[in-house]
Design a protein around this ligand. Structure first.
Ligand SMILES: [Zn+2]
Length: 116
C-alpha cells in the first residue's frame, strides 16, 4: 500500500525534526500533497492514524493541504491550474502538458511543544 509507506516515512521525518528541535510533544503535522502524486487523502489519513500510535508522535494530528497542479501547454505556452488529472490545455486543447507543480508530497509545517 503506497499510502502506508508514505505515512510511515512522513512520521520518521517528523520524528527526526522534532528530535532536532528538542520537542517534547508534537501537536500536528501539515503536509502538502500535490494532486499529481495520485495519493488518496483519505487513505493517507487512515494509514497515518494507524501508524502514528506506534511512533513517538503519539496523537499528533495530520493536516493535509491539497496542492493543485500547474502545467504549461507545449503547443501554445499557456499555463493553467488544474484540480484534477485532466491535463488538457483549455486554450487550444493540446495534450502532453508539462507539470510545473502538483507532483510533490512535502512536510511543510509542524506544531511543536518544546521543553522549558
Ligand atoms: Zn495550449
Amino acid at each position: 500500500m503506497h499510502e502506508w509507506s508514505l505515512a510511515t516515512s512522513l512520521i520518521k521525518e517528523a520524528e527526526a525534526e522534532a528530535h532536532r528541535r528538542g520537542a517534547i510533544k508534537v501537536h500536528s503535522l501539515t503536509v502538502r500533497v500535490g494532486i499529481l502524486t495520485g495519493v488518496v487523502p483519505e487513505l493517507l489519513e487512515r494509514a497515518y492514524g494507524a501508524a502514528v500510535v506506534d511512533s513517538s508522535l503519539k496523537e499528533a494530528k495530520l493536516i493535509l493541504e491539497i496542492e493543485p497542479a500547474r502545467a504549461r501547454c507545449p503547443a501554445c505556452g499557456k499555463e493553467t491550474e488544474f484540480e484534477d488529472f485532466l491535463l488538457v490545455c483549455p486554450a487550444c486543447g493540446g495534450i502532453g502538458l508539462k507539470a510545473l507543480s502538483g507532483e510533490g508530497l512535502v512536510l511543510t509545517r509542524m506544531e511543536l511543544e518544546v521543553a522549558g
